[in-house]
Design a protein around this ligand. Sequence first.
Ligand code: GLU
Length: 643
Amino acid sequence: MKLVPDDRTRGSRREGRRLFRLIAFSAVLVLLPTLASAETRGRSTLGEPGVRGGVVTTSEPAAAEAGAEILRQGGNAIDAASAVAFALNVVEPQSSGIGGGGFMMIHLARERETFVIDSRETTPAAGSPDMFLDSDGDPFDFSIRSTSGIGAGVPGMVRGIELAQENWGDLSFAEILQPAIELAEKGFRVSSRLEDSIAGALGTNGRLANEPGDPAYEEARAVFAPGGVGLVQNQLLIQPDLARTLRALADEGPDAFYSGPIAEAIVATQQNGRTTGVPAADQPLLQGRMTLQDLAGYSAAVRDPVEGDYRGFRIVSMPPPSSGGLTVIYILKALERFPIGDAEAGFGFGSTRTLNVMMEAMRLAFADRAVWMGDDDFVDVPARGLISDGYIATRSALIDPDSRQANVVADDPRPFDSAGLPPKVQLAATRENPDEGLNTTHFTIVDSDGNIVTYTNTIESGWGTGLMVPGWGFLLNNELTDFNRVPAFNPDPDNFNPGANDAAPGKRPRSSMSPTMVFKGGRPVAAYGSPGGSTIINSVVNTTLNLIDHERSVQEAIDAPRISQTSANFSPTFEAGFDLEVIQELIDLGHNLADSRLRVIGSVQAVVIGKGRTQFGGADRRRIGAVISLERSGSRGDKDDDD
Ligand code: GLU
């Protein structure tokens, strides 16, 4: 099977695979909140020293150890990331796994190339823009469509890892699966976070509480809440069904997922849907439409990132079908004319002016995101126009540091898009999806050669659909709920509305996932990303400002409280830790923060590369983030040192 499109010139590492390598690493495992090694070795702002043997940062300690073990065995960052992704399916099953998909951004140090493996789920061939509507033409509630087969997209993770690993990994597919197989077979101690997540999912409307007695929904309950009692911290969780699946992948290769008994079981599982509270006539509409042909036909894609400049740094981020990269770069560029880091100018971290301009830029960007962004394999996304200097200047000019725009609407970037279509007269913004999940996982790895992977992976909501494939032990995603629930396309040429994020056969739902790398002088200096639905974009923006404008260390940049607004006029949120007088001043300006819940926004895992190619990791205490820093006491066999 041909994995890399013909027009790709980037070289596969596979031919040059290194056979022997002498490696002697010693590992420092740092579990937060004891805090990361970076802190004990001095500050780790962009440009300061650290380790050089590789760093693994994940939201889950056992998965970090899986990645570090692969680095110790001589695997590179791509191998380690692949191992972490499979391990997370075992130890953080509520957030990501082989029943879902994601975006893996890769930087190859020797080739100086940066690209993304897109393993986003696709819509079955029988999908349609109106697939989430009931027989009256009204959308099924999120709680119904997201827990029925109709929400499940064709899973992409296994093909994505195959594509990355076959071409740019150093170890075999079977080798990178070993840590996950061991964790599933021998078991692991349930973490506090998994305990909390299980307990939450067993509550009212929780993913593990649906359709009591229905075998389709009992499967996951039997694993995580045997006898109806949720697992608690330190209990040993062994997952024999998942282990069997992972072993099948190791023995037979990735095709074992996309055809044969596992594929047949996936198709059968997504034919289940919710029945409680759903009229009998509507119940068939909730059955998934995925077929064996959809699974056999799934392919991951290699994509070029989107890029933009911010204060002398090059921001490289996730292109469509994610809205993430374009929206992150848009917000940063709209902020660039303000002295964000300068407290004397009334800005600085957490000041009224800084938080005001951040929210104003987010509002403008999210207004345009709602109209223009979707899967550009299917719709014209005016990507260049959206982040062009000219268009951003017109948008940023609307921001006043000392007031709030009364009403923000989308504008038309197409005149600034060299590949654009002629502008039309009116724009109708699609409604933001208020139901996007707040789960997912992000991890970042750098190896001793300086290869970097920053990878956001998801099954959409926590626990996905809640449908676990019987006998195979993995959860199916509900990613298709990221599409417009009601089709937005309007054929009236005077009421231009492209329906950029309407569902269509083969189409990928618009994502917010934003794996991001920052370059200076052509070299990577930071890599990070976050989970959190559309707040992902703002977690990445907050982290970027903290690193670049506020000159925080990587861990400080992660720890600092975040602010987020994910639509033109609604839904601002902020975390505890800001000065409440500042929040009151923002309320006085008109920001609707009085009703905003103090909440947790995102979970950022980051690596910073300092001078001399030294490496620092930071992980988020909002979950149970872990950093493993590897001290190099030997050297990788045929390492190219281009210093
Ligand atoms: N499905 C979401 C996206 O692709 C991710 C879910 C989440 O992070 O909660 O943007």
